[in-house]
Write a protein that binds this ligand. Sequence first.
Ligand code: ATP
Ligand code: MG
Length: 362
Amino acid sequence: MSVRLKLTLSYAGFLMIAGVLLLAAVWVFLLRYVPDRAMLINPDDRPDGVFPIRSVLLDVFAPRAAAVLAFLLVFGLVGGWILAGRMLAPLTRITDATRTATNGSLSHRIRLPGRKDEFRELADAFDAMLARLEAHVAEQQRFAANASHELRTPLAVSKALLDVARADPNQDTGEVIDRLHAVNTRAIDLTEALLLLSHADQRSFTREHVDLSLLAEEAVETLLPLAEKRGVTFETSGDITPTLGSHALLLQLTTNLVHNAIVHNLPEQGTVWVDTSARPDTVVLTVENTGEKLTPQQASTLTERFQRGTERVHTDHAGVGLGLAIVKTITHAHDGTLTLTPRPDGGIRIAVELPATTPGLS
Ligand SMILES: Nc1ncnc2c1ncn2[C@@H]1O[C@H](COP(=O)(O)OP(=O)(O)OP(=O)(O)O)[C@@H](O)[C@H]1O
Ligand SMILES: [Mg+2]
């Protein structure tokens, strides 16, 4: 039974009940003031000389009451059907939109006109969901396309190297092996980064107590040789910053940030500031470095997957452009926020804010 029919029947049913009650009330109140029978002045009219007022009244009243009830029934059914149809019209639009979305077209929107009511809210919420879904699907498609492209590059380079080696048997095999090794390493790094991304995306890690300041210390220590090679100096400071999360993932996050701060720094005499601070409900890790000037627009796109600076670079030494995407995914998986602010003098300041925990609690 359709909702429209149900609404129609209930509407008509209520109308009938109200009608019957009204008629009954009229009948009861009327009867109270009407004597049961009356003596006739002119007894010739009736053999017993008594006029049965009530039963005559009933004879007159009953058919009219029945007519009124029949009218109410028809009125209730027709009116109810039309009203229910009008009430449920937005629902039909929402259903149509859902069907369109199910068939794969996510660009369709309901855009329900009219005042804000429950249906309008449902339609607006549905539109918002469609918009998010569409953006998400588009991002996934871009990601899949980029990932296949990036993975194809090292394979194509290996094939070219092997082809050359096969065509020229006198070539120095040591050099070919070295270059193959480098290309292979890069492909493995890329695959590992992709695995890490999907792992963090699924949030399938166990949470333990970690101190961000210790992670920062560890990352800085590991990357110190690289920083020295590039003439970058570190300035670290920090409070104890306890939070809950995956030690391995948060260490990866910190390492990615510190690594970026070193390699995307000034060619010489660069500085990196690493700071951890504890706020009432959150802990913040800030990595700041000198470097080239960036506009806020550029800064906002850096966390996209496979985004490297302003253009995509294709040399063996370039990063794969997943470092900041991994940082963003890990931050979100830990219910945190990531903020990128370009520094006025060049370089960038990246802050990761995570929920704080009190050690010993929870
Ligand atoms: N600390 C930073 N200072 C200035 N630019 C940065 C910084 N961190 C990132 N960037 C810019 O953002 C881009 C994206 O960074 P991301 O870490 O995602 O990729 P990547 O470092 O190029 O490669 P990898 O995946 O190996 O980390 C970099 O290519 C660089 O242009
Ligand atoms: Mg990087």
